[in-house]
Design a protein around this ligand. Structure first.
Ligand code: ADP
Ligand code: ZN
Length: 603
């Protein structure tokens, strides 16, 4: 989102200004006031000053029963009590004193107090106001409680002309949203027949899959205003602010209807409310306000609310009730074709060589999101510029995949010779076990150049087309491949290292899923022992079985992995010469392609 925020100045900046002003004030104003402060003297002094003609200005204040006067230079102000003195006025005239009321006002104690106390305080308060106003702005919104009227712009009204054609792949999501576009084009058609549009639509999918883009495209296609705001922005420091922002957002939206309101990261406000004490009041108030607003308008007033989340299961059920966000549009990671399309869409914005094979790149970038693919294209262009070429080449794209997906190459990272050998054997172990099992994907690229992501080596496996279903044998082979790295180390060095931590984690996850979720263990048949609570972020699971069953599950998972580990060891032992040969090549070249690997294997 490109919300426009005023540049933040650190708080200290304002304190410095206040301090500076006070110092200036002290230096310039206060000394004069002090000088001008009235000194009380006795009548005798006044008399003798009069005699010597040292009086400048003089005022007789009969009511206060006092005489205020200055010296000839009019720099010091004095006062004295009045005495019965009939010819005083004459003597003062004779001494050349001027009669005036001015001095009194300028130098009155009240005024000096005013200047030395009230003014600085006023300045301070004024600046404080300014400061807090600035803070409000920085926090992205007005506070109804404090300033009454909102003046900060909290959302951007622009669809940037994005159309469905700009969003590659995601055909199902687009089909789903086309109805909304049609409705916004001609709400009358729907009103006539009495159909009302869903008020809220939830776009559900992992980060970077184009949810924001799709929402903008709906606005772009319908040619209506687009209001957007991120859920996290609603939840602010002060209680009541989020709710007032929601009110504000909907007020504006209703004025501009028909229009699209997009709330990104709705889970930030829409999380399940828990009954624990001291829950987040602010978030709850904001959520309640959102629910109230949604209930408050008819399905036909032309405001369509789209919201995005990658964790739909964490949303408060109140949000997904009928009449609220009751429609769900899945926005999934792109498949092979989708990845190719996304690459092509973004490649149009750069200069790519004509012979670039986008399908191959898409295959290599298995699992990448739209945002990552956009990043790969940009990275390829940057690489071409760095190397002084005018077009991004196939190699630029392939290198970029690794940069974006596997982290930057650390060419000068130091591996000891022994470590390098260990990594070479480990990676060849994975590749060889994969290649020797008919159902495993062929190896695309093997490298022992460390990445910043922390992986020491990296065996890139290419999926063959798309497949959603994996057989039990395929899964077992995958586990065997994962254990292949460790197996090779064991065979060559007779010792194990920490380099297999990630493999172990993945193998365990797979084996566990086979037992608990895929019904691939004969003992448990088709009973689901685990449910996935968070399918988009990491896939946390929760067990749904007795402790005894749990122990049995653990036993079976261990058995499964062990069996595949044994298989991997067998494969590598019977192919020891090949293992050594390939490891040596990898050690020397540091990176070998799948073709080179296969050429050696089949030689
Ligand atoms: P989300 O809102 O799902 O996190 P965004 O819509 O913000 O994802 O996508 C981020 C960027 O990724 C987009 O600006 C775009 O460049 C790229 N992108 C993501 N999905 C696609 C897609 N399907 N087609 C083209 N570009 C995409
Ligand atoms: Zn490994």
């Amino acid at each position: 989102m490109q919300e426009v925020k005023s540049p933040k100045k650190p708080l200290i900046f304002y304190y410095c200004i206040v301090l500076l002003l006070l110092m200036l004030f002290n230096a310039l104003v206060t000394p004069r006031l002090v000088q001008r402060q009235v000194q009380e003297v006795d009548y005798g002094t006044f008399m003798s000053m009069t005699e010597k003609g040292e009086i400048g200005l003089v005022e007789v204040q009969e009511q206060e029963n006092q005489i205020i006067f200055t010296d000839k230079a009019k720099e010091n102000v004095y006062k004295t009590g009045m005495m019965p003195d009939p010819d005083l006025t004459e003597r003062l005239y004779a001494a050349g004193a001027e009669f005036s009321g001015e001095i009194i006002e300028q130098a009155s104690p009240l005024l000096s107090a005013l200047l030395s106390w009230v003014l600085p305080i006023a300045v301070f308060i004024g600046l404080g106001q300014l400061l807090s106003r600035q803070m409000m702005k920085n926090m992205g919104g007005p506070n109804a409680m404090m300033f009454g009227k909102s003046n900060a712009k909290v959302y951007v009204k622009s669809s940037e002309g994005i159309q469905f054609a700009d969003v590659a792949g995601e055909d199902e999501a687009k089909d789903n949203l086309r109805e909304i576009v049609d409705y916004l084009h001609d709400p009358g058609k729907y009103q006539e027949i009495g159909a009302s549009m869903p008020k809220g639509i939830l776009l559900v999918g992992p980060p970077g899959t184009g949810k924001t883009m799709l929402a903008k495209a709906v606005a772009g296609e319908s040619n209506v205003p687009f209001f957007s705001m991120s859920g996290s922005e609603f939840v602010e420091m002060f209680v009541g602010m989020g709710a007032s922002k929601v009110r504000d957002l909907f007020k504006q939206a209703k004025e501009k209807a028909p229009c699209i309101v997009f709330i990104d990261e709705i889970d930030a406000i829409g999380k399940k409310r828990d009954s624990r004490m001291g829950g987040n009041d602010e978030r709850e108030q904001t959520l309640n306000q959102l629910l109230t607003e949604m209930d408050g308008f008819e399905g036909n007033n032309g405001v369509v609310i789209l919201a995005a989340t990658n964790r739909p299961e964490s949303l408060d059920p109140a949000l997904t009730r009928p009449g609220r966000f009751d429609r769900r549009v899945p926005v999934e990671l792109p498949d092979l074709k989708g990845r190719e399309d996304i690459l092509k869409v973004h490649a149009k914005k750069i200069k790519a060589a004509e012979d670039v094979d986008f399908e191959k790149i898409a295959r290599m970038a298995s699992g990448a999101s739209g945002a990552e693919l956009a990043n790969i294209v940009n990275e390829a262009a940057l690489r071409a510029v760095r190397d002084g070429r005018r077009f991004a080449s196939q190699a630029d794209f392939e290198e970029s995949i690794e940069v974006v997906i596997a982290g930057y190459q650390k060419k000068n990272a130091i591996l000891t010779d022994q470590e390098k050998w260990a990594v070479a054997y480990h990676e060849i172990g994975h590749a060889l076990v994969a290649a020797r099992q008919t159902h495993s994907a062929p190896v695309q690229k093997i490298t022992i150049i460390p990445r910043t992501s922390g992986a020491l080596g990296y065996t890139m496996q290419v999926e063959e087309g798309n497949h959603y279903l994996m057989t039990k044998t395929e899964l077992e082979n995958k586990i065997a491949t994962l254990t292949g790295g460790r197996a090779a180390e064991e065979i060559r060095f007779g010792a194990v290292s920490t380099g297999a931590a990630n493999d172990i984690e993945q193998a365990t996850k797979l084996a566990r899923a086979m037992v608990t979720r895929y019904g691939m263990s004969a003992d448990f048949d088709m009973v689901a022992l685990e449910t996935v609570t968070d399918p988009y972020l990491g896939g946390d699971t929760s067990l749904a079985c007795s402790p005894e069953t749990q122990a049995e599950v653990d036993r079976q998972v261990v058995e499964l992995v062990k069996k595949q580990h044994e298989k991997a060891l067998d494969i590598l032992r019977s192919d020891r010469d090949m293992l050594d040969k390939l490891a040596k090549v990898l050690y020397e070249k540091e990176t070998i392609t799948g073709e080179e690997f296969m050429a050696i294997l089949n030689a």
